[in-house]
Design a protein around this ligand. Structure first.
Ligand code: SAM
Length: 442
């Protein structure tokens, strides 16, 4: 493909994305399957342009005098990205936008004028790339650090973290195997099982032997920490552990690793397809779990089998705002009504999950959100409704989890000796996570 044809393809994919709820990865993959003539270099260049545009979407739309609601934004986003992000002179842009072959049509007078003006004095939600309604929340939550938090969340291409499966391998060997593949692995600072790889060039991990044989799993360090801090490995031998919102099983696998073949794990979800996807991952990792599909999320009968649990982990459905550096498209699909709906759902799920914990057992609430509505406010609501649960200070879980965490003191400081811990791309260089821990007293 010519460079111009790649730009046109990126614009088409961006248009396609705005009319779907599919992830960028899924849309890019589908595009590659339909357009077989595109080679791997073409696909990579197109994906890179799409991500550049999505990460700076607000800025680019602003510069082109468009809004989130404007139809067919793809072309404008690509144009503005060349000018504002790549700092490409207008003559060079025009050499691509000349209407030849499969390239984009020539610039209109308005487009030329917008590119000449640039972004001018843009408001904070434009420069940070956060959805407009999130800016005031960030200002309130993070004070002076809000724009650094926003920039870390929205701008960089996030590194890729792996979790080494200690049942099958150790970190040093895995790092050596990755180096032998020409990659540059680094040990993650918090998780003793974490390995970090640069996002560029994107490594094709699923093809590697160490992945296919279950020696490593792809999992952000923040997600590893959330599972490790839940402390499944510290429970008595025959512990009963419930992963109440197991989804694709990222945390189920980390829980299984900590339990090292002892006790039982129940992986639950309302979506059966997601639970089914866990099975091959567990087999690869050499672990097992029971699967509970909540065919009716309000049915209490299904909870009977889960009752008496030593640990219930609630990795609740959330906005996923903590992962916007990986899924910038999700930021533009969120609104205040959705956040409110999620807060209500989280409170209901916690209420159900709390019924499954035995007296003396532990409940751990986790989101991959950075918004207080889903974190602090949901935890507040749970605590107000459940006087039979005591807050469990995070430091007790960190002390117990020394096997897994090197830099526990830093996390302890972040938790301010309380029972709630927030991780963010800015403070911990992980995806954004919220963790709150409780013990059932009666
Ligand atoms: C954040 S995801 C879980 C991610 C997963 N734990 C992991 O680490 O890969 C939240 C999951 O909650 C599930 N869910 C939604 N409503 C639920 C409910 N009422 N009860 C249980 N799970 C629910 C969703 O289907 C989704 O898979």
């Amino acid at each position: 493909m010519t460079p111009a044809a790649r730009l046109q393809a990126a614009a088409d994919i961006l248009d396609q994305l705005s009319g779907t709820r599919a992830t960028v990865e899924a849309v890019l993959k589908q595009w590659g399957q339909v357009n077989r003539y595109a080679g791997s270099k073409d696909r990579r260049a197109i994906a890179d342009r799409v991500y550049r545009c999505l990460r700076a979407k607000q800025r680019l739309l602003w510069a082109m005098e468009l809004t989130e609601k404007s139809p067919a934004q793809g072309r404008a986003l690509v144009l503005a990205s060349l000018s504002l992000i790549d700092a490409m002179p207008i003559e060079d842009i025009e050499s691509f936008f000349c209407g030849e072959g499969y390239g984009p049509k020539p610039l209109t007078a308005h487009e030329r004028e917008r590119l000449a003006v640039g972004e001018g004095e843009a408001p904070a939600w434009v420069t940070t790339g956060l959805p407009e309604f999130v800016v005031s929340r960030f200002e309130q939550q993070f004070g002076k650090a809000w724009s650094a938090e926003a920039t870390a969340l929205m701008m960089p291409r996030a590194p890729i973290d792996l979790r080494v499966n200690s049942a099958k391998a150790n970190r040093a060997d895995m790092m050596a195997a990755l180096e032998a593949e020409g990659l540059s692995p680094e040990a993650t600072p918090f998780s003793k099982y974490g390995v970090r790889l640069r996002a560029e060039p994107p490594p094709n991990l699923v093809k590697l032997d160490i992945y296919q044989s279950g020696q490593v799993e792809i999992q952000d360090e923040g997600s590893q920490l959330a599972a490790f801090i839940a402390g499944a490995g510290l429970l008595p031998g025959a512990a009963k552990v419930v992963d109440f919102c197991a989804g694709g099983g990222g945390k189920t696998l980390a829980l299984a690793q900590m339990m090292d073949g002892n006790g039982e794990i129940y992986a639950c979800d309302v979506v059966e397809k997601r639970l089914k996807a866990i099975e091959p991952r567990l087999i690869r990792a050499g672990a097992t779990a029971h699967f509970i599909h909540f065919f009716d999320p309000d049915d209490v009968v299904q909870l009977e089998v889960l009752k008496g649990a030593d640990l219930v982990l609630v990795d609740a459905p959330c906005s996923g705002s903590g992962t916007w550096r990986r899924h910038p498209e999700d930021a533009h699909r969120l609104d205040e009504a959705k956040i409110e709906g999620l807060h209500t759902l989280q409170t209901q799920i916690l209420d159900r999950a709390a019924q499954c914990v035995k007296v003396g057992g532990r409940l751990v609430y986790v989101t991959c959100s950075v918004l207080d509505d889903e974190n602090v406010q949901t935890a507040d609501a749970f605590e107000a409704m459940h006087p039979n649960y005591d807050a469990l200070p995070i430091h007790t879980l960190l002390e117990n989890s020394t096997l897994y965490i090197d830099h526990a003191a830093r996390l302890n400081k972040l938790a301010k000796t309380g029972h709630r811990l927030s991780l963010t791309p800015h403070t911990t260089q992980t995806d954004g996570f919220f963790i709150a821990a409780y013990t059932r007293t009666q």
